[in-house]
Design a protein around this ligand. Structure first.
Ligand code: NAP
Length: 290
């Protein structure tokens, strides 16, 4: 079994980007600028945004956090999005999800200029991804593809089961794995809560990508000998032994599954850091396109 080390891989990517930023500075050019809009005071969202901003600072990007109260109106948020779309100093921005229930997330996503949509959530970018055109691919699937690339894992002809069909992880992941690219060229099955014979289906996978948000759902009997297992799940569970009071748990029963695998990711040093690195890659790309 080999661990797919997302922390090490993402460090490599950060160093590559930091080098690029250094050379921009040396030639007197401005550096990429990412903005993050944070609505409300959800602890996990605050954490995610803080990490993204810290990542920017570490590699030399400019960054801005825009905080808005939880009871802000949908119109006020749409106005802020419009302002960011038109702000020439901002190369890309994200609106951290989830948003409060009274705000329509689809409306907000649609309002973001696709050229600045570094989360890759806008229909234009999703459509471009489906057609294999230049785009911003959403950070988590992009990070997983990058892991396959950097570990030189051949996915061609493999049976890939993607467990979970969300718009931000499962669905784009299934599309990327089935495209005529390398990595890609897999035969893909996408599974969800209505899938029958899930255990047997998962056990038939050469590559199993799990994004359902159910702690340790995938057990050893659901994994084929020699399979590649990618655990996207990241559920906060209380843990009084930690300073934060919680820890993140994946969707795969890592301890009992790992010895069956050829490759496996570990939560939190697998997909999470690759997702963060992907956002930096997308921001650099947005800057370069401008
Ligand atoms: P989501 O929008 O809640 O979607 C969950 C998907 O899992 C749905 O398609 C759902 O099926 C399916 N599902 C739920 N229970 C199932 C079951 N018992 N059997 C089969 N399928 C089941 O979740 P998401 O946003 O994709 O996130 C999934 C997990 O990944 C979460 O833990 C999240 O925190 C984590 N995540 C991690 C990162 C990272 O950077 N590491 C990034 C994004 C998300 P239906 O469609 O039928 O309801």
């Amino acid at each position: 079994m080999q661990l797919l080390d997302g922390t090490a891989c993402s460090q490599e990517i950060r160093q590559e980007i930091a080098k690029e930023v250094e050379s921009l500075k040396a030639s007197g050019k401005r550096v990429p600028h990412l903005a993050a809009v944070l609505v409300g005071d959800d602890g996990a969202s605050q954490n995610y945004v803080a990490m993204k901003i810290r990542d920017c600072e570490e590699i030399g990007f400019n960054s801005t956090t825009i905080r808005m109260e939880a009871d802000i109106s949908e119109d006020a948020l749409l106005n802020k999005v419009d302002e960011l779309n038109r702000n020439p100093d901002i190369d890309g921005f994200i609106v951290q999800l989830p948003l409060p229930a009274h705000i329509d997330e689809n409306k907000v996503t649609l309002a973001i200029d696709p050229a600045k949509d570094v989360d890759g959530f806008s229909p234009v970018n999703v459509g471009n991804m489906c057609l294999g055109l230049p785009t911003f691919i959403s950070a988590t699937p992009n990070g997983i593809m990058e892991l396959f690339r950097r570990y030189r894992i051949d996915t061609t002809g493999k049976h890939c089961v993607v467990l979970g069909r969300s718009n931000i992880v499962g669905t784009p992941m299934s599309i990327l794995m089935s495209r005529n690219t390398n990595p890609g060229n897999a035969t893909v099955t996408i599974a969800h809560s209505r899938t029958q014979n899930l255990k047997e289906l998962c056990a038939s996978a050469d590559i199993l990508i799990v994004a359902i948000g159910k702690t340790e759902f995938v057990t050893a009997d659901m994994v084929k000998e020699g399979a590649i297992v990618i655990d996207v799940g990241q559920t906060r569970v209380p843990d009084s032994s930690r300073k934060s009071g919680f820890r993140n748990v994946g969707d795969v029963d890592f301890e009992n599954v790992k010895d069956k695998c050829s490759y496996i990711t570990f939560v939190t040093g697998g997909v999470g850091p690759m997702t963060r690195a992907s956002l930096l890659q997308n921001t650099l790309k947005a800057y370069q396109r401008r």
